[in-house]
Design a protein around this ligand. Structure first.
Ligand SMILES: NC(=O)c1ccc[n+]([C@@H]2O[C@H](COP(=O)([O-])OP(=O)(O)OC[C@H]3O[C@@H](n4cnc5c(N)ncnc54)[C@H](O)[C@@H]3O)[C@@H](O)[C@H]2O)c1
Ligand SMILES: O=C(O)CCC(=O)CC(=O)O
Length: 359
């Protein structure tokens, strides 16, 4: 057995159907009385209902959360925090809204309740990415880890079929990279394999019938596990590529993850054979790279970066940025291979895992 370090993260998780009804008691458990409810403009009505449900524990609503946590949005939220004298935040939404709660916590130390409505996984991580003047920087600090997470399966029923597929594969990407992380450990690897399996079996069912409650429950359980993997260990090439494509080419987050993942896995396969066995087992297929590509197709997701806005002329610059300061990766990150990977992802070629031992 390899030696390892396991670092447990302190958060309280409430999981089930109808669990939103426990929000007031969870706020009380934190010792708080005046919550600021956070949302995107799109989920404003849902957030208003949450505020009403809170009664005197609800201090106000700020519904301007935006993708990649722009600092000007956070600064406006900070003025609301001060004006209302709030003592905690409640973020209801996906990674964008939860990111805003984290950005406020970083500046104030206010406790957070996160109520995720996508599968992105931010609620389980001490990671915050913030955008200033168009540049996104990411940090890891326990100060931003939400104290309480309420997973309510009912809240995911409204997530459209298309977004459910790409958001679920965004979650799978965290577990895939956790399986070959430099700081991987047996507990997180168990969670990763279980998380991939739960999402791989539920996402195609959701694509057919977004109201299937058993599949929704399975998917949210998988998202919790995969988010925990992201929070616990370091990510590698796949996340670096997606952060490059999102940050420098403005490609949409979950779709980018969905398209790039099979190709990143194909690239890393020769250097991470044990991880590949576990990913294939979780997917129920022979070749993990092809299996992930087929899963994307099964949920009706895009499979080519050119479908979401990348052009052939962008591949050179994306290769240069992604290889400049690479994250640790099990296989050496070399420009020619990354250029080829990105070209395959651009055109949507069905990948096959490369064979041989590259380290
Ligand atoms: N720090 C981390 O650990 C971490 C992890 C994953 C993602 N992220 C960040 O999160 C952001 C992406 O998050 P996301 O993919 O969850 O998307 P998102 O939060 O931007 O949500 C996308 C849209 O879907 C809407 N939406 C969310 N849930 C819905 C539901 N159930 N029904 C209907 N509409 C719904 C939102 O209001 C929004 O308009 C990115 O900025 C990414 O970098 C951070
Ligand atoms: O943008 C962030 O906050 C970091 C996101 C991250 O590392 C996970 C992801 O890319 O899905």
């Amino acid at each position: 057995m390899q030696s390892f370090v396991y670092h447990g993260l302190p958060s309280r998780v409430v999981f089930g159907q109808g669990t939103l009804s426990r929000l007031a008691e969870e706020i009380e458990q934190l010792g708080c009385r005046r919550a600021l409810v956070l949302a995107t403009p799109h989920q404003q009505e849902q957030a208003r209902e949450v505020l009403e449900q809170l009664g005197e524990r609800g201090a106000g609503l700020y519904a301007e959360a935006a993708m990649h946590t722009p600092v000007e949005v956070t600064e406006r939220a900070m003025r609301v925090v001060e004006e209302l004298g709030v003592d905690c935040t409640v973020a209801i939404g996906g990674g964008s809204t939860i990111g805003l709660g984290k950005a406020i916590a970083l500046r104030t130390g206010l406790p957070q309740v996160a109520i995720p409505t996508t599968y992105a996984g931010s609620e389980m991580t001490p990671i915050l990415g913030e955008t200033r003047d168009g540049i996104k920087t990411t940090q890891r600090t326990l100060e931003v880890l939400p104290e309480t997470v309420i997973y309510d399966v009912d809240l995911t029923l409204s997530l459209p079929a298309g977004m459910s597929g790409t958001s679920g594969i965004n979650a799978i990407a965290h577990a895939v990279e956790a399986l070959y992380a430099r700081d991987r450990n047996p507990v997180i690897s168990l969670m990763a394999e279980e998380g991939i399996a739960a999402l791989a079996r539920s996402l195609p069912v959701i694509a057919e019938n977004p109201s299937d409650q058993d599949a929704r429950s399975d998917a949210l359980y998988g998202a919790w596990l995969c988010g925990s993997c992201l929070g616990a260990v370091g990510m590698s090439l796949h996340h670096k590529l997606c952060h490059t494509l999102g940050g420098s080419f403005d490609l949409p987050h979950a779709e980018t993850h969905t398209i790039v993942l099979p190709h990143a896995v194909a690239y890393n396969a020769p250097a991470a054979p044990e991880a590949m066995v576990r990913i294939a087992r979780a997917l129920g297929c022979e070749d993990p790279a092809a299996g992930l590509f087929d899963l994307a197709r099964a949920v009706g997701a895009p499979t080519a970066l050119e479908e979401i806005g990348l052009t052939p002329g962008d591949v050179e610059r994306a290769t240069e940025i992604a290889t400049r300061n690479p994250y640790w990766n099990p296989r050496e990150v070399e420009a020619e291979g990354i250029h080829r990977l990105l070209h395959h992802a651009l055109v949507g070629r069905r990948p096959a895992s490369e064979k041989g031992a590259h380290r």
